[in-house]
Design a protein around this ligand. Structure first.
Ligand code: FRU
Length: 501
């Protein structure tokens, strides 16, 4: 993220988006300001949101903090907003957790439960480790404007105290020095901080969260480098009885379809250094709208991730005004082998899968085209199970002729999402471009789960081996679905399920 670019985007918003918002057609929801608000995705009630921060599970509650500008629906002075969920679907927005202070605004970071009171804030304290961003220092161009700091809560995230000794990890002179993700590494009885440091990741260790020692760097010569590295996460995952380490790194710009994207590496970590044999660049989600995703802490072996459902290319100017940006659905991450290489698959967690009620099912094909349903709901899941591999399109359309096309091209072995004619697209020149994704699976049938929620679609293909997330802003709700194949459609089952509310 380039701060100057962000402010540039804010100015553009003031001059352009006001106009395009006025053109938006009639709303089906009562309040036009609410027209594009999703039903089962988290959005802030008011103002701006970007990265998810400090996700931590405690006493039956999933905590989600987030980059938040409560005053305006554009990026600005960052706070940590806060929301809590018991089921990963219904989110209760809480009061703001962290406000800017004399050391700066509050950029991205993580939270841990300090069970053994290593930091001395109290047994079981919830401790947030975040980047203080000092805008005045940035203007002085010393390169020292980003520093890592602590805050703690002794009442389950209800109220927060900043540590008096902040910052705990001062900037050594690296312009982009941010987004600490901290985890406990049992073998060395240390906390490990994974930090984005411009064009690589730097690992630090600590016994008490307050004093940090540099361990190593990773990535200068590996992976995608089309933009700055941000929001990393280091995750121990099991594969067939052994532990592999997955390193997530968001980059902006440099995505395969433009702008913001998350790449990952599968390798080993010994408490000091991360190593990988990966030479191929691996994308967690090929769509344009899943960025800065990291996983919940204090969840043991469950790897649950949530991302920011937007892209820095246009996040500040999408046609919503009261609020701007939603999170993706939470996703379960797992390792899967394709050929000789391990990949991370993403799937909807069981809590989300079971929040949908079947509406209609088809179990035989025969024609080239299938109209799934008319007057479909605004929040639903479409499952296509074991469709014999061929080129096909899933077209969501509405009464004013707008279309969102999700499909597969057999000649290129690629999935795609085409939102060029999906409604409001003129707020940014990049937005209407078709996004493509490599199909990794070599299965002879294609299975898809599409999660649609008013103004977003999340495609999980082949058990989540290929995923794509995309926003769209139709003038009228998409009320029809058609599936059109190159040849006769042969499948095991196609089903549409409605979100239960
Ligand atoms: C990623 C990011 C982070 C930064 C935050 C600022 O989207 O640029 O690197 O901490 O957003 O809001």
């Amino acid at each position: 993220m380039n701060i100057t670019k962000k402010f540039g985007a804010v100015m553009l918003f003031l001059s352009v988006a006001g106009g395009s918002f006025a053109q938006v057609g009639q709303s089906t929801k009562q309040d036009p300001e609410e027209k594009y608000r999703p039903i089962y995705h988290f959005t802030p009630k008011h103002g701006w949101m970007n990265d998810p921060n400090g996700m931590v599970y405690l006493n039956g509650n999933y905590h989600l903090f987030f980059q938040h500008n409560p005053e305006k629906p554009v990026w600005g002075p960052m706070h940590w907003g806060h929301a809590i969920s018991k089921d990963l679907i219904h989110w209760d927005e809480q009061k703001i957790a962290l406000y800017p202070d004399s050391l700066g605004t509050i950029f991205s970071g993580s939270a841990v439960i300090d069970k053994d009171n290593t930091a001395g804030f109290g047994k079981g304290a919830m401790v947030a480790i975040f980047t203080h961003h000092n805008h005045a220092e940035e203007d002085r161009k010393t390169g020292l404007h980003q520093n890592q700091s602590l805050a703690y809560s002794l009442d389950n995230g209800g109220s927060w105290t900043k540590y008096r000794g902040n910052p705990v990890l001062p900037n050594p002179g690296i312009w982009d020095f941010r987004d600490p993700k901290v985890m406990w590494f049992e073998q060395t009885k240390s906390w490990i901080m994974t930090l984005a440091t411009k064009d690589c990741i730097t690992f630090y260790s600590s016994r008490d969260l307050k004093t940090w020692k540099k361990e190593s760097e990773f990535g200068k010569q590996v992976g995608a480098h089309g933009g700055v590295w941000e929001c990393p996460d280091l995750i121990p995952m099991q594969y067939k009885g052994s532990t592999k380490w997955v390193l997530l790194v968001s980059i902006n710009p440099g995505g395969p379809n433009g702008g913001s994207v998350t790449q990952y590496f599968v390798g080993d970590f010994d408490g000091h250094q991360f190593r990988t044999a990966d030479t191929k660049i691996k994308w967690l989600d090929w769509g344009p709208d899943n960025y800065a995703g990291v996983t919940w802490s204090n969840l043991w072996d469950r790897h649950l991730m949530i991302g920011w459902m937007s892209n820095w290319q246009y996040a500040n100017v999408v046609p919503t005004n009261r609020w701007r940006s939603a999170s993706t659905i939470p996703r379960t991450l797992a390792l899967e082998k394709v050929g000789q290489s391990l990949y991370v698959s993403s799937t909807a967690p069981k809590e989300i899968e079971s929040a949908f009620r079947p509406l209609k099912k088809y179990s035989t094909g025969g024609n080239k085209e299938l109209t799934i349903a008319e007057n479909i709901p605004q929040a639903y899941r479409l499952d296509i199970n074991k469709l014999k591999r061929q080129s096909f399109k899933v077209i969501l359309s509405n009464e004013v002729g707008e279309e969102l096309v999700i499909g597969y091209r057999q000649d290129k072995n690629e999935y795609f999402i085409d939102r060029a004619k999906s409604g409001e697209v003129s707020f940014n020149a990049e937005f209407p471009k078709t996004a493509f994704a490599e199909r990794l699976s070599d299965n002879s049938t294609v299975s898809l789960n599409l999660y649609v929620d008013v103004s977003s679609v999340e495609l999980f293909a082949d058990g989540g081996l290929t995923t794509m997330t995309s926003l769209f802003f139709p003038k009228k709700p998409m009320s029809q679905i058609r599936i059109i194949g190159d040849q006769k459609l042969k499948f095991q089952e196609i089903a549409i399920s409605e979100f239960k509310k």
